[in-house]
Design a protein around this ligand. Sequence first.
Ligand SMILES: NC(=O)C[C@H](N)C(=O)O
Length: 508
Amino acid sequence: MTISETREKVLSGETKLRDIVEHYIRQIEDQNPKVNAYVDTDFDAARTRAEEVQKKIDNGTSGKLAGVVMGIKDVISERGKKLTCASKMLESFESVYDATVIERLKNEDAILIGRLNMDEFAMGSANEYSNFGPVKNPHDPTKVPGGSSGGSAAAVAADMAMVTLGSDTGGSIRQPASYCGVVGLKPTYGRVSRYGLVAFASSFDCIGPLAHSVEDAARVLEVIAGFDEMDNTSSQIEKEDYVYAAQNPRKNIKIGVPDEFFGEGLDEEIKTGVNKVLEDLEADGAELVPVKLPHTKYGIATYYVLATAEASSNLARYDGIRYGHRADKDEMLDELKKEEKALKEQFEIAEGDAKVEIQEKLAKLDTPLIRLYKKSRTEGFGDEVKRRIMLGTYVLSAGYYDAYYGKAQKVRRLIQDDYKEAFKNVDVIVSPTAPTTAFELGSKQDDPIQMYLNDVYTISANLAGICGISVPVGTHSNGLPYGIQFVADSFQETKILNAGRLVELKLS
Ligand SMILES: NC(=O)C[C@H](N)C(=O)O
């Protein structure tokens, strides 16, 4: 059921919240062993909450999301719940406070039923890099659900939640939404507070909803959006009426069509499917306008320089002392002693240059504290996270800073300027959400570049800081869903909701 259907039934007394919650519990018990979307659930808390909210409904004081059963990506703090980011590093970490978005959802009486699987620290496009094992696509368990919010998308697709929250740093809400056949919305950077979101790349990270419908996404956005004094990057610009925009779409919108997003690498059927919808929208009064985004071809490279640089800095806090997994101290001291002993023995028998070399090694041997950091991080982080920390540290290093980090910042500006220019003439810009449908589990795991290329259409919205939505638009002959993406200028969420709703109306 959608949020509005639920509201109607719950407010009229036709359905009790208890029954809604029991439905989702059954779904999770039945589906989760196959899909692996939830990494933690609290059914008792959900049941208790349902009783509390039911009382509010009965006495007419319930909030906007009364009865809405939600799952939360395991990167957003929920007081008293585990917050693992699907990493061994945070295996036993528990949130001590609520993220602003969680506080706002709770204030409007949403029922939070569990924590959702994801790529470790949100780094990935297939939800395969998780300490809890991969999420499976509900449409075909041999396929990935997309990532990094794979659990959030799969939970909605398999009816294990009415809506979920995900996070989008470089496509992480929209690409899994496309692969799982649900709606996913990435708000403008600054529209939704990041307070309580574990940082990956702070100038990109955004929290947003994944839902069954555009209107549901709007209903959640309405609650979570808005200024927050706890996040100094959150904007003071007033929210717009998102639900109204989703319910009353204008047909005569101007849609920018960039050649750059319909070229090489795009699956032919997806291209045809997206073009067909555009023709239908045009027949209904929309105007299709060719636009140019000449710098988008540098999007992936730019993102993977800047996002890894920010990640290397943000993830420095996980040292096993202040935060996160700590390696066994005795084991570490033992190792260190053995190394020292071996070097000293070698020193005794070595001669000439070799002796000097060994002496240098002895002098450079880690102190116990440094070794504890190293060992904790080596054990706690997975391979993709380590790869990004190393890439990020490299592009920030003194000798390469200008060549990589500095240059990428300049290209980011050029990409932003492309969009600013294009939005002078159009309301939204359209593209497929991803170049293909969901791919085979394990097929790209060993090839990071192939994995990164999945984000080719979604990543520029993150670089530009603008908003975007993915709406299901068809089923491929291989049986898998795929989405259409609309992006709009900063703080113009009503425009993407409007366009998304037009697509839904065309397909219904
Ligand atoms: N976090 C994201 O938005 C997903 C992106 N594929 C990344 O690995 O960075």
